[in-house]
Design a protein around this ligand. Structure first.
Ligand code: GDP
Length: 329
C-alpha cells in the first residue's frame, strides 16, 4: 500500500515538474520573440533607416499597386523633391523593383544617379580665379563668402574679397569681419558706391597683390531703379574690362525656402550664367529635396553645402551623403 502511495506521489511530482518546466520554456521563448521583433538583423543591415526610408518600406512592403507608387510620389513632393523629379524617381525605382529589393536602397541609388557626378569648384592655377557670389538677401551670401575664403585659404590660396554689395546697410562691416576671420584681403568703398567700380578696383588690386582667388559679393536687392539682374550683368562686364575672367558664378540658396527658392534660382539662372549652387542652412530642418529640383529643372549642380554659421561649416556637396540624409528625413 505504502509503496503504491510512494509511486503515486512520485508520478504527481514528475508531472508537476514537467508542467513547471514547460511554463519556464514558454516564458523564455516569448521573451526571445519580443526581442527579435524589436531588432531583426535584416533591419540593422539596411543602408538608411527612419523617416522617408521606413515610410517607403512600409508602403512598398507588400506587392505595390498604382496607389502605393502615387503615395511615394506624394512623399517625395512633400520632401521638396519637385513635381518633375518626383515622378522621374518613382519611374526609375518602379522599373527596378522586385520581390527581394529594398525600396529605400533603390531610391537612394536613383537619387545619386539623377544627380550625376559630384561637381567641384573649377578655379585656375595660373592666373587670378574669380568667383561671383549672387543670391537674395538673407540667403547666407556674406557668411558663405567668409567660409569659402577660409576654405580656399586652408588650401594655401591667397584670397581677396570685393565688397560689391554697396546697397545693404552693414553689408560692408559684415564682410570686413569675415575678411579678418578668414585672413583675406578686402577691397571696399563707401556705402552707395557703384558696385561695378568696387569690382574693377578689386580685380586690379588682387592682380597687383598676386592673389590666387577674388571672391566678389553682389547685392541681393537694390534700392535704385536699376533692376538687380541688369546690375549683376554689369558687374560681370566690368570685371572683364578690368582684365579679369569670372570662373564661377555661385548662386547662394537657402535650403529652407522650398519652392520659393526654386523661383529665385530660376530668375538668377536666366540673368547670369550660374555655374553652381551653394545650398545654405542644411543644418536646420530643411527638406533638402530642392537639390534635385535645381539639378533637374535648372540644370545647375550644387557644389557646396552650408551646414552652420561657423567658419568651418562649408562642405563640398556629395550626392551619396545627400541621398542618405534625404531618406532619413
Ligand atoms: P546675406 O544677406 O545673403 O549676406 O546673408 P548672411 O550671410 O548675412 O546670412 C543670413 C543669416 O543666415 C545669418 O544669421 C547667418 O548666420 C545665417 N546663415 C548663413 N549660412 C548659414 C548656414 O549654413 N546655416 C545656418 N544655420 N545659418 C546660416
Amino acid at each position: 500500500m505504502s509503496s503504491g502511495i510512494t509511486i503515486a506521489l512520485l508520478v504527481v511530482l514528475v508531472l508537476a515538474a514537467a508542467a513547471a518546466g514547460l511554463l519556464v520554456m514558454r516564458r523564455s521563448s516569448s521573451l526571445a520573440r519580443t526581442g527579435s521583433t524589436a531588432e531583426p538583423a535584416s533591419v540593422r543591415a539596411r543602408p538608411a533607416t527612419g523617416g522617408l526610408a521606413d515610410r517607403l518600406r512600409d508602403l512598398l512592403g507588400r506587392v505595390p499597386g498604382d496607389q502605393e507608387w502615387t503615395r511615394l510620389e506624394e512623399a517625395l513632393i512633400r520632401a521638396d523633391v519637385g513635381a518633375k523629379a518626383a515622378p522621374d524617381l518613382v519611374d526609375r525605382v518602379r522599373a527596378r523593383f522586385g520581390a527581394d529589393a529594398d525600396p529605400a536602397e533603390l531610391l537612394q541609388d536613383e537619387i545619386v544617379a539623377l544627380l550625376g557626378p559630384d561637381a567641384s569648384l573649377e578655379l585656375p592655377d595660373d592666373r587670378l580665379g574669380i568667383v561671383l557670389i549672387v543670391g537674395v538677401n538673407g540667403s547666407g551670401k556674406t557668411t558663405t563668402i567668409g567660409k569659402l575664403a577660409a576654405m580656399l585659404g586652408s588650401e594655401n590660396r591667397k584670397v581677396t574679397l570685393a565688397a560689391s554689395d554697396t546697397f545693404r546697410a552693414a553689408a560692408g562691416e559684415q564682410i570686413d569681419v569675415w575678411a579678418q576671420r578668414s585672413g583675406a584681403q578686402l577691397v571696399s568703398q563707401q556705402r552707395g558706391a557703384d558696385p561695378g567700380s568696387v569690382a574693377f578696383d578689386a580685380v586690379r588690386s588682387a592682380t597687383a597683390k598676386g592673389s590666387d582667388v577674388l571672391i566678389v559679393d553682389t547685392a541681393g536687392r537694390l534700392h535704385t531703379r536699376s533692376p538687380l539682374m541688369e546690375e549683376l550683368s554689369k558687374v560681370k562686364r566690368v570685371i572683364e574690362k578690368a582684365g579679369g575672367k569670372v570662373d564661377e558664378t555661385l548662386l547662394v540658396l537657402d535650403a529652407s525656402t522650398g519652392q520659393n527658392g526654386v523661383a529665385q534660382a530660376r530668375a538668377f539662372t536666366e540673368a547670369v550664367d550660374v555655374t553652381g549652387v551653394v545650398l545654405t542652412k542644411m543644418d536646420g530642418t530643411a527638406r533638402g529635396g530642392i537639390v534635385l529640383v535645381v539639378r533637374e529643372e535648372l540644370g545647375v549642380p550644387v557644389k557646396l553645402v552650408g551646414t552652420g554659421e561657423g567658419i568651418g561649416d562649408l562642405q563640398p556637396f556629395r550626392a551619396e551623403a545627400f541621398a542618405e540624409r534625404l531618406l532619413r528625413e
